[in-house]
Design a binder for this molecule. Sequence first.
Ligand SMILES: Cc1ncc(COP(=O)(O)O)c(C=O)c1O
Length: 383
Amino acid sequence: MKELSKKIRNAPKSKIRELFDLAAGRSDVISLGIGQPDFSTPQPAIEGNINALKEKITYYAPTKGIPELLQQLENKLKTVNNIETAWKENIILTNGGSQALSLAFASIFNPGDEIVISSPNFISYFYLSAFFDLRVIEIERKSDFSPDIEKIRDSITEKTKAILINSPNNPTGYSLDMNELQEIVEIVKKHDLYLISDEVYENYLYDNSKHTSPASLKDMFDRTITLNAMSKLYSATGFRLGYVAANKEIINTMEKYHQYTAAGTNHAAQYGFLEALKMDNSFFEEILKSFDERRLLAYNRLNEMGFEVVKPKGAFYIMPKIKDYNITGAEFSKRIMKDQAVAIIPGNIFGSYSEYMLRMSYATQLEKLEEAMNRIEKFVKKL
Ligand SMILES: Cc1ncc(COP(=O)(O)O)c(C=O)c1O
């Protein structure tokens, strides 16, 4: 048989899946692996979807999405993100944040272009870059996980096409402050770059951290690809709906790619997203409070156990560094699964600078999280 695609074969299968394979058949496993909020999808989203199906909305949707939803997103972008768009020209609906990312990559890059990414960072950025034949310029984050702006500035070459940011961040929990964002924006403008801004965790912010969408800043709308999804705010990862806001030319380019690769997104589900967007976000207040409690529990316990740990400012992940145990994240994660039945993602899947780190998601009930922390403590005492 002739050889299959090198690029895709060379990408590893998801380590997260491997961990679940290790856990298969065991009922005692507590997962700190999953990037999915543990609350129920709000009822209006579910009913919106069901009602659409009852009305036999089972055919192709317009490639960019149904007008009602695009208009609602225009309104959301304006009121929540302070981004001015025209829904007919500047917004496209995607299959989750994941496909919003693929469309971003497909629309602006040519083979050999360079993309600048702070590391550690979300795994898909690295493999999408490989699939689109890009050169990744991976800039190590500082020890508090803030971006190293000096190094980012120094890394720009003739070939740099874009900087990608994800704030609040998976896996580090870092959230950019306004000064950092401004500095990144200045680099983007000075070197005529694009800024890809992955904002899927925009609502998960703690300790008075604020989210600013770079596309709302002066002269940045045309240069910024803002992407977001229904998945994290509405605990609706299975709806597979997300969106991009960008300038007209970028959206037109995305529409072509979308047309020939996916032809659109689930039609009926779009009505669910529409109903979710009409909700007042106060439904999220209690949820955020609960996530904050979990965040502090995880942070305090890991600290007490002797991990070097940065207090997350956003998202629902914490990324402790394994200091004194002389063991890599990969080894730690394999052994703790066998020994204590806790699923933890090794840091090395998030880039080149996190071999001795672990990523834990605290999107799990407080009691379970507490039990997971007890098990981790037992495990590290034996190391
Ligand atoms: C930073 C980041 N961007 C994008 C995504 C993809 O989101 P979706 O599940 O909507 O495809 C995720 C999912 O974990 C993520 O963490």
